[in-house]
Design a protein around this ligand. Structure first.
Ligand code: A3P
Length: 335
């Protein structure tokens, strides 16, 4: 059996899932991982927190055709995926700002497993869109390596991985879960679930570690904090990675286009329609102007300092220390 779906026994989850309106999580184990080129001795991928809906896309993704000129981005959710997608798409499309404006990012750069997470209107099928897209295709996923197509590891098209500080990811993920998944628990409860590895795509640390250990020369690793510190420098790195020529003027214009304020106003990338639809559907139209409900929300590297209690900060630090001791070569991934 390629995929096994395992019910969650965790008593805290079971006792609270209804009240908190948690997703109908299950753990999914992938048993077909022999083709993944990874430098972790005796690697057995851990089960991942997903839902039974994942069955709708699991095999199709695993067996999908991969093309040498595909452009892949993979991240753990809330790590700056959208920001990096817009950057990559523009670099790979001769800085065609007009087309980027005219076609929503989700159509230009489909999120392949989305219908495995939530029920979508019948007309929306990002996986089919990706399968049928003319080359070069732009493909987004949050899946860990074992769940990606087997052909990826032999074809090895260029792939970008983006990581972000765990505390920023956790806070951003909480707000995303409230606005788009109707999560009903508190920030504290959400983060404790994340530390318990019971939110979509957990375990978090494993995700970053596995991608850092892939033997995949065609991979560029970015991090959200570097993008914040030096966006023009990141744009130049991405141009070099894709062998795309660039001028200083193009880099400046793209950096301006990708600034937080511009992205926030840009209807092609800010998913405001999606958020609005969701809030109205769930009788929360009064939240339409709440900044935390926006997809492009705060865009900071240390916003968590204001949102997390001392106790939660300590708990999160302990969580990382338990999974990744400071002496470990992986510690740098979680700073
Ligand atoms: P916050 O919720 O902390 O603001 P993803 O696209 O992976 O879901 O990540 C979303 C996070 O990236 C959100 O973080 C969002 O605000 C941030 N983001 C999106 N565009 C950005 C930009 N241009 N500059 C800085 N942060 C951005």
């Amino acid at each position: 059996m390629t995929f096994e779906y395992i019910d969650i026994e965790d008593p805290v989850f079971r006792a609270n899932c209804q009240e908190r309106n948690e997703e109908d999580y299950v753990l999914v184990r992938c048993n077909d991982y022999a083709s993944v080129p990874i430098n972790i001795p005796n690697w057995t991928p851990k089960p991942v927190c997903l839902s039974r809906r994942f069955e709708r896309v699991a095999q199709t993704i695993k067996q999908m055709e991969v093309r040498p000129d595909d452009v892949w981005i993979v991240t753990y959710p809330k790590s700056g995926t959208t920001w990096a997608q817009e950057l990559i798409w523009l670099v790979c499309n001769e800085f065609d700002f007009q087309k980027a404006q005219d076609i929503p990012l989700d159509a230009r750069f489909p999120f392949i497993e989305l219908s495995g997470l939530r029920d979508l209107p019948e007309t929306i099928n990002p996986l089919q869109d990706a399968l049928q897209m003319p080359s070069p295709r732009f493909i987004k996923s949050h899946l860990p390596p074992a769940f990606l197509p087997n052909a990826l590891w032999s074809v090895q098209p260029k792939m970008v991985y983006v990581r972000r500080n765990p505390k920023s990811v956790a806070v951003s993920y909480y707000h995303h879960s409230v606005s788009l998944h109707c999560y009903n628990g508190t920030l504290d409860q959400f983060i404790r679930s994340m530390m318990n590895e019971l939110v979509y795509y957990s375990p978090f640390h494993q995700h970053l570690i596995e991608y850092s250990e892939l033997r995949y020369p065609n991979m560029l690793s970015l991090c959200y904090e570097d993008m914040k510190r030096d966006l023009p420098g990141t744009i130049e790195r991405v141009c070099r990675f894709y062998n795309k020529p660039f001028t200083g003027e193009q880099v400046t214009r793209l950096a301006d286009h990708l600034s937080f304020d511009r992205m926030r106003q840009n209807a092609s990338v800010n998913r405001s329609e999606w958020v609005e639809f969701n809030l109205k559907q769930t009788n929360r139209a009064d939240k339409l102007h709440d900044n935390n409900m926006r997809f492009i929300r705060q865009g900071q590297t240390d916003g968590w300092r204001k949102e997390l209690s001392e106790e939660l900060i300590e708990a999160m630090d302990r969580w990382t220390l338990e999974r990744v001791p400071p002496s470990s070569k992986y510690a740098r991934l979680f700073q």
